[in-house]
Write a protein that binds this ligand. Sequence first.
Ligand code: CMP
Length: 156
Amino acid sequence: VEEEIMERTLSIVKPDGVAKNLIGEVIKRFEDNGVKVIGMKMISMNKKEAEGFYAVHQGKSFFESLTTFMASGPSVVMVLEGEDAISKTRELMGATDPKQAKEGTLRRQFGTSIERNIVHGSDGPDTAAFEIWYFFNALEIFPTVSPLPFETVSQP
Ligand code: CMP
């Protein structure tokens, strides 16, 4: 039997998701599938903050439009925890482009375009670590398992 790995990931209910009253729906999908919310807040990113968050996409054709959209209104950022949380979250969201996403996924059901796809989720452990600490400090996260193996810090 393969053991699943306890993971943390960052998800965002994007400005279109918040505008469409989908905060609860997104959280419900995660919680119903063994992914726990261990940190959460509503924020309104400014352009610079959106650019910093999506820095890996700098230079791409959609960067300007994406960061303007992400700064267009409030969004809900959350830290999620669970076994295989990264891939589970991505499965529940569906493909980036709602048209390509599987039936029943969040983006397929509620997304309107590749940009307005209502929800974001980290795409791997390294991205998750960067994205979590971009928005949350240690006092804002309430893990059920602590610390994860790679988070151990040396004591003085
Ligand atoms: P997200 O998971 O938040 O990560 C980057 C976002 O860029 C992505 O979801 C999309 O909403 C947005 N985006 C816009 N155009 C594209 C594109 N052509 N390819 C990938 N992502 C895009």
